[in-house]
Design a protein around this ligand. Structure first.
Ligand code: ATP
Ligand code: MG
Length: 418
């Protein structure tokens, strides 16, 4: 047998309903904030990610699934959603349309990483993008959308951490201060951090290696280097969150792993996601669109990891874990009643009622056992006598009570109790 590739997962029919709930909650929440869905290709020109995500990032340096297609073009399976959305926005002339532009996506993404719980090579994201506004209101709306989504999933122990990483100009002084601070530690730090030191020292704060984390403990904080405009922007975002009652802590060590961020960055973390504590990350990226095209468009957004959210909801929200079975199982006792059950089921489905009947030629007892296992809410029993009376014996599986219901009233009876 050929096994699935390392770092991928099958979603089996017995667990797909959990994905549907996650996805439905994402869609409903996003649409309530007037974000609409965007779908972009699974693969893009490699150049898009190199330029959009940034060539000092782990994603571009180490994690991309890149290959040559039969025409000799270098293409890459998307490692994240933002670059593709930005490309689609520019390419389809949406920059000339109404602003703000608000879109969400539900995608699979691909990164060549070392697989662990909550870290896969094919994983899924719910993300949102808001283009055209540099106002603190836009940051606050994106964070509020993320917060509402997590609350709608019934999560209470998720924590929001925010930071500001300033703009290009205030970051220059900060980079210089960071380099001065890190220089004496360099020989103890990993090879990646030594490379980051030259290219993008702020990324050193995001390193997951223990020896590097020790070195970053006393590093200078970006917050102390913000220029006037960036400090005012951050204060305004915080004030909006405070007034909206969205709890957060300021964590100066959050820098996010992508090159395109500026000003606000944020993460929602949960201890229930195990070692991979970040379930959702985002921020502002005012230079991304300029980097990819000729237009400068301020932007803010986030992406949530669906596999990690599944872990957290499993730990925190028991109600969400219950699967609803079909509304009604129609059990037949003999050849004629099985046929009647089949035809009744057919009619009920046309009236929008989920139901099932026996396909295995099982005994009545075995049919009941199956119906119970599959979570059917009602079982309608049909035998010789029921056919003669034109009514089924409908058993409520929760209450263990039963009632005679004429065949022609079945749909109405079940609809009222769905
Ligand atoms: P991490 O620091 O955990 O590697 P990241 O900074 O690389 O995360 P982002 O690129 O910001 O992550 O992606 C947003 C979210 O997508 C993450 O917060 C996480 O929930 C999820 N995610 C990222 N990489 C993976 C992966 N390999 N497997 C599963 N989920 C992932
Ligand atoms: Mg990562």
């Amino acid at each position: 047998m050929i096994a699935r590739p390392k770092g991928t997962k099958d979603v089996l029919p017995s667990e797909a309903y959990l994905w549907h709930r996650l996805e439905e909650t994402a869609r409903e929440t996003a649409e309530r904030f007037s974000f609409r869905e965007i779908r972009t290709p699974v693969f893009e020109h490699t150049e898009l990610f190199a330029r959009g995500v940034g060539d000092t990032t782990d994603i571009v340096n180490k994690e991309m699934y890149t290959f040559l297609d039969k025409g000799g073009r270098s293409v890459t399976l998307r490692p994240e959603g933002t670059a593709g959305v930005a490309r689609a926005f520019l390419e389809n002339g949406l920059a000339g349309g109404a602003m703000p532009f608000k879109a969400y996506y539900l995608i699979s993404a691909f990164r060549y990483e070392r697989p662990q719980a909550g870290r896969l090579r094919e994983f899924h994201q719910f993300g949102a993008e808001l283009y055209g506004s540099g106002e603190p209101f836009a940051d606050a709306e994106a964070i509020s959308l993320a917060d509402t989504f997590l609350k709608n999933l019934g999560l209470k122990r998720v924590e929001l951490q925010i930071n500001s990483i300033g703009c290009k100009s205030c970051r220059e002084n900060y980079h210089a201060a960071l380099k001065e601070y890190f220089r004496p530690y360099l020989s103890d730090m990993c090879a990646d951090c030594n490379a980051r030191f030259e290219k993008n020292p702020m990324r050193m704060l995001d390193c997951k290696e223990e020896r590097c984390r020790r070195a970053t403990a006393g590093a200078p904080r970006m917050l102390d280097y913000l220029c006037g405009d960036c400090a005012a922007h951050f204060a305004a975002v915080r004030e909006l969150l405070d007034e909206a009652g969205i709890g957060y802590t300021v964590n100066p060590s959050i820098v996010r792993g992508l090159d395109y961020y500026s000003r606000t960055v944020f993460e929602f973390t949960s201890s229930a996601a195990g070692a991979q504590g970040t379930v959702l990350g985002g921020g502002r990226y005012d230079t991304l669109l300029e980097q990819m095209g000729e237009k400068s468009v301020p932007a803010v957004g986030f992406a949530a990891g669906m596999e990690r959210l599944l872990m957290v909801t499993a730990a925190e929200n028991a109600a969400m874990q219950e699967e609803a079975g079909v509304c009604c199982y129609l059990a037949g006792m003999d050849e004629a009643s099985r046929k009647r059950a089949f035809l009744l089921a057919d009619g009920l489905r046309k009236r929008g009622i989920a139901c099932e009947c026996d396909l295995m030629n099982r005994s009545l007892k075995a049919q009941f056992k199956y119906a119970d296992k599959s979570g059917a809410r009602f079982v309608a029993v049909i035998g010789e006598r029921e056919i003669a009376e034109g009514a089924a014996e409908v058993k409520d599986m929760k209450k263990s009570s039963s009632e005679r219901v004429p065949f022609e009233n079945l749909a109405e009876y079940l609809s009222a109790r769905k």
